[in-house]
Design a protein around this ligand. Structure first.
Ligand code: PBG
Ligand code: ZN
Length: 330
């Protein structure tokens, strides 16, 4: 018994259901979730992603069907990832900012059908370049300043198709300022800019890279994504993006980085998103498949961990399964 609390017995709080309910910390509302979705061209396509049970690559018509129950349940937003066919990839990632691009068309259709759903788009080049890197590659070197010009064009093209928010994920220096300036210049002052501000070079993106066919052909992303070993630069990344004009900060991945979430939440007044990435999702599915744990109970517990650490917005593949995850008591 701790000396300062000689008479406190915590089990008193837990003894009756009424008291437990009175003290219950609720699971975050569906409105705080963003569901990441993968869009492919064509129609009637709903292609399973082997490493991510419950997630699919959708053609736009199928995505609209899949969104119906998700929107009905109250999920706040989506994050669109375009998966272009390989003949659409080029060194300058032109298809990423074409008016007839996949993401642009998806935004228009989704807005028509679900005007209230908040549409974020991922702004990057890796799915649009043959080499799979997040920037413009010249002689094995990523040209930062050329890359941020293209990223700014991609963001403005998404905004002009009707995206409510853009989320740049390339981890190029200065990308936030370049994107904000370009949005404003084109009168998209109201478009939300959610930065993937602290994005680590992580081994937890494997299932996503399969789903999006966006793995780098050669080399890795350590030249631009942050080192998970280094706390200081992880925090600096978010500070810089705040100074450049980000509206929302993000930590990605999420579950191995609760310390970073907590610190950024304490040191910034901006809203903070956590990206609960593909590997974090798949590992719970894999565990459940072996009968080593209850899927939705594990999902619930992991999301509550993000909530406790200070997450405001949950970017998570669980967003289309919240009906199974949310129980009255957490
Ligand atoms: C690419 C991008 C990645 C993710 C989102 N945008 C992967 C990467 O950096 O290779 C990962 C998402 C996930 O794993 O769920 N810019
Ligand atoms: Zn990328």
């Amino acid at each position: 018994m701790p000396a300062n609390f000689p008479d406190l017995r915590l089990r008193r709080f837990r003894k009756t259901e009424t008291m437990r309910n009175m003290l219950n910390i609720p699971f975050p509302e569906p409105s705080k979730f963003i569901w990441p979705v993968f869009v492919v061209s064509g129609t009637s396509k709903k292609i399973a992603i082997d490493a991510m049970p419950g997630q699919f690559r959708y053609s736009i018509d199928e995505l609209l069907k899949a969104l119906e129950p998700v929107v009905k349940f109250g999920v706040g937003g989506i994050m669109i990832f375009g998966i272009p066919e390989s003949d659409k990839k080029s060194n300058t990632a032109q298809f990423a900012y074409s008016d007839n691009g996949l993401v642009q068309k998806a935004i228009i259709e989704i807005k028509k059908n679900f005007p209230e759903l908040f549409i974020f788009t991922d702004v990057c080049m890796c799915a649009y370049t043959p080499h799979g890197h997040c920037g413009i590659l010249e002689d094995d070197n990523i040209d930062n300043d050329k890359s941020i010009e293209i990223l700014a064009q991609i963001a403005t093209s998404h905004a002009s198709a009707g995206a409510d928010g853009v989320a740049p994920s390339a981890m190029m220096d200065g990308q936030i300022q370049a994107i904000r300036n370009n949005l404003n210049k084109n009168k998209f002052n109201d478009t939300i800019l959610m930065s993937y501000s602290t994005k680590f070079a992580s081994s937890m993106y494997g299932p996503f890279r399969d789903a999006a066919s966006s793995a780098p052909g050669k080399g890795d992303r350590q030249g631009y994504q942050a080192s998970y070993a280094d706390l200081n630069t992880a925090l600096l990344e978010s500070k810089l993006d705040e100074a450049e004009g980000a509206d929302i900060l993000m930590v990605k991945p999420a579950l191995f980085y609760l310390d970073i979430i907590l610190r950024i939440k304490e040191s910034s007044l901006l809203p903070l998103a956590a990206y609960n990435v593909s590997g974090e999702y798949s590992m719970l599915y894999a565990t459940a498949k072996c009968n080593w744990g209850n899927l939705y109970a594990m999902a619930r517990e992991s999301i509550m961990a993000l909530n406790r650490a200070g997450t405001d917005i949950f970017i998570s593949y669980w967003a289309n399964q919240l009906d199974k995850i949310i129980t009255k008591k957490s």
